[in-house]
Design a protein around this ligand. Structure first.
Ligand code: UD1
Ligand code: CA
Length: 459
């Protein structure tokens, strides 16, 4: 049936008190409007038209050219917003789904059901409605003999109408031609002086065009975000949904209330997630891992059978059977192969660590390539920055770097070479060699003893 969706996003969002467009505020790791777009896509809608106005340049720039944008220069109401799309929809034949960019809890299944009912019943207009204990602020659904007849906005409603608990969710499915025909008849003669999209329902009723309604099972889905308090509440609900879905798919989450997993994150079976863990957008975790407590992983891929304890991992790739932490910081561009161990107080940036290698304690590794089976002693530092440029360090397979070594880049340690503890390496170490680059030790016999006796005599 090839439906088209119109997402209304021209409104001002005054109550967000923000420089950022309302629909671009993030919740569960994505701008609100991207949650709406995801739901629309899940419902099988390919063409999406977004009505932009207030802070519209920012919305277009962020979302890019995957969508069609239509401008509503002046915000004269939801009906007026939809009128702007007429030319753009001229060629399309399927039903028109209309929804708002600020309802991130709406589910794809709900939209799919709306489309299905619309088609099955052969409706010209199908509304999504909800029953609310407190319907304040919403448009009320007026029915006659069960049929939906009109939507009365709160500000235009009399006392009797205000008692109606069935409300307009602001999600509709329309026949395209009839929609634009009805929009030509609406007027702003109402309390808010706006062109109400909702007035089209009365026109459909008057003409005898077929109306239907779908009641949303869980009214929380239609929650709109108008301020940051609602943004946080919606965030909590999304988080619970994401955690629940993961637990049902075989992930153990010790304490869902303190586990923050963003939309789209993948976690494999039998992985255990400890409290105070943040898994941010773009992250994929394999099977049988132990993650957290106190861990943040962002835009990173982690293989199977890994342990990541109390660490930060950002834009990095981790293989299978890797141990990280506690207190490690893997910064962007880090690639860690299978079986690697990254220990406590280790920072790694833009480096590759080969299979089975170990960086177990107190190191900084930057712009470095480490081979297979390498041991990096405690306190080893790559001096990758000379104050102007960043330089690479290369450490060959099987090399052993003694504790407290400085590797002054650009520098290379050959395969199987050994660097003595406490060295400051500034030149290439050939394969298989031992490099000692520190002051030779000398002992002065009885020096300390003599000092002690001298002191005692003076007293
Ligand atoms: C609207 C409905 C109301 C429904 C409620 C559900 C109308 C007249 N009323 O009311 O029946 O219960 O949604 O949430 O439609 N927008 C534009 N251009 C405009 C005006 C609005 O793009 O000129 C966009 C807004 O950015 C927002 C959406 O349309 O995303 C809804 O507009 P809003 O003014 O919030 O409508 P409500 O008063 O909430
Ligand atoms: Ca609203």
């Amino acid at each position: 049936m090839n439906p088209v969706a119109i997402i209304l996003a021209a409104g001002k969002g005054t109550r967000m008190k923000s420089e950022t467009a309302k629909v671009l505020h993030r919740v569960a790791g994505r701008p609100m409007i991207e949650h709406v777009i995801a739901a629309v896509r899940q419902a099988g809608v390919a063409k999406i038209v977004i009505v932009v106005g207030h802070q519209g340049e920012e919305v277009c720039r962020y979302l890019g050219d995957e969508y069609t944008y239509v401008w509503q220069r002046e915000q004269l109401g939801t009906g007026h917003a939809v009128m702007q799309t007429e030319k753009e929809l001229m060629g399309s034949s399927g039903p028109v789904l209309i929804l708002c960019g600020d309802t991130p809890l709406l589910r794809g299944e709900t939209l799919r059901e709306l489309l299905t009912v619309h088609q099955r019943e052969g409706n010209d207009l199908t509304l999504l409605t909800a029953w609310l204990d407190d319907p304040t602020g919403y448009g009320r659904i007026v029915r006659r003999e069960g049929q939906v007849e009109a939507i009365i906005e709160e500000k235009d409603a009399d006392a009797e109408t205000k008692k109606i608990k069935e409300i307009n969710a602001g999600v509709y499915c329309f026949d395209r031609e009839k929609l634009f025909a009805a929009l030509k008849e609406i007027s702003p003669a109402n309390a808010q002086g706006e062109y109400y999209l909702t007035d089209t329902l009365q026109i459909f009723a008057r003409r005898g065009w077929k109306r239907g309604a779908v009641q949303v099972a869980d009214p929380v889905e239609i929650t709109g975000v108008n301020d940051r308090v609602q943004l946080a509440r919606v965030g909590a609900i999304l988080r619970e949904r994401i955690n629940t879905e993961l637990m049902l798919s075989g992930v153990t989450i010790i304490d869902p209330a303190t586990t923050y997993i963003e939309a789209g994150v993948k976690v494999g079976r039998d992985t255990i997630i400890y409290p105070q863990t943040y898994l941010e957008a773009g992250t994929e975790i394999g099977e049988r891992c132990v993650i957290g407590p106190f861990t943040r992983i962002a835009q990173s891929v982690v293989g199977n059978d890994c342990t990541i304890l109390a660490s930060f991992v950002v834009e990095s790739k981790i293989g299978n059977g890797v141990n990280v932490g506690p207190y490690a910081y893997l910064r962007p561009g880090t690639e860690v192969a299978d079986g690697v161990r990254i220990g406590d107080f280790v920072e790694i940036k833009k480096s590759r660590i080969g299979t089975g290698s170990k960086v177990p304690h107190l190191s900084y590794i930057g712009d470095t390539t480490i081979g297979v089976g390498v041991n990096i002693g405690a306190g080893t530092i790559t001096c990758n920055y000379d104050g102007v440029n960043k330089w690479p360090t290369i450490i060959g397979d099987g090399a052993f770097i003694g504790s407290n070594t400085n590797l002054v880049a650009p520098v290379e340690v050959g395969e199987g070479a050994v660097v003595a503890a406490g060295s400051t390496i500034t030149k290439k170490v050939p394969p298989g060699a031992l490099a000692v680059a520190r002051e030779r030790q000398y002992n002065i016999a009885n020096w300390a003893l003599r000092r002690k006796t001298k002191k005692e005599k003076e007293e």
